[in-house]
Design a protein around this ligand. Structure first.
Ligand code: HEC
Length: 226
């Protein structure tokens, strides 16, 4: 076998395959197998997003039928379903979930991604994505209102006339209100990045803090407000 060229290539090929398997599979497994990973229930126990509660207030009957009350239990159900839809619909073909430390990406999407953000059940399978036909979504929480997402999923051209994103009419009932899948995907999208310390106004697009409680009229022209 070692006398022929093809025999040497065969052995070399198998050798490199084994080496790659050890380096890229066995060693990482042995390093990371002890790492803890947050379950969806643990994520939900940390608190609900404003947008999940907003869905319950906006569509009380349907929300009650699909999820019951807005509490950690129903939040976990909606998150898990929304995540499954995101994977199943192939949203990751067009959207990444990773703010890279290059090209000033943090100016557009918020802070660069860090490891602990991905140590949870909702990142299995890993949804970093490779293509960006649409924008990165890992800092999407509270960037848009639920209303915006409803119009956008129904027909992306309603909110962004030049959009190439497909419309997702099956997220809606015949009356045009979001159905169980619609509310779940919005819940999931509005969760992405909600763990950021600056949430919900990290984009700088929300009302400045001064305007939330005692409105200070002169804060209106301040820099954060631009
Ligand atoms: C064919 C590629 C494509 C697919 C598939 C796709 N999108 Fe998009 N998406 C885009 C493009 C392009 C934009 C930017 C224009 C716009 O806002 O519609 C976008 C925008 C968005 C935005 C708005 C981001 C922002 O704040 O501006 C969200 C949220 C979103 N997509 C979620 C989804 C979800 C969830 C799915 C799967 C159900 C999905 N997309 C599937 C291409 C895609």
């Amino acid at each position: 076998m070692f006398e022929t060229k093809s025999g040497i290539f065969l052995i070399a090929g198998l050798g490199f395959f084994m080496l790659a398997f050890v380096v890229m599979a066995l060693i990482p497994i042995s390093i990371y197998s002890g790492e803890s990973e947050q379950s969806v229930e643990e994520i939900a126990a940390d608190g609900l997003t404003h947008e999940f509660v907003d869905l319950a207030e906006r569509f009380p009957e349907k929300f009650n039928e699909y999820f019951g009350k807005p509490d950690p239990k129903s939040y976990a159900v909606a998150l898990r379903r929304g995540h499954k839809i995101y994977v199943g619909e192939g949203c990751w073909h067009c959207h990444s979930q990773f703010v890279r430390p290059v090209s000033n990406e943090e100016q557009r999407w918020g802070s660069v991604s860090y490891a602990s953000e991905y140590e949870n059940e909702l990142q299995r399978p890993v949804l970093f994505g490779t293509r960006r036909v649409g924008p990165d979504l890992i800092r999407e929480a509270a960037r848009r209102s639920n209303d915006w997402h409803i119009a956008h999923f129904y027909e992306p051209r309603y909110t962004v006339p030049t959009s190439v994103m497909p419309s997702y009419r099956w997220f809606f009932d015949d009356d045009g209100y979001p159905n169980r899948d619609g509310m779940s995907i919005i819940t999931y999208i509005q969760w992405l990045g909600s763990w950021q310390p600056e949430y919900p106004y990290w984009t700088g697009e929300g009302p400045p803090p001064a305007l939330k409680a005692d409105a200070a009229p002169d804060a209106a022209g301040s820099e954060e407000n631009v």
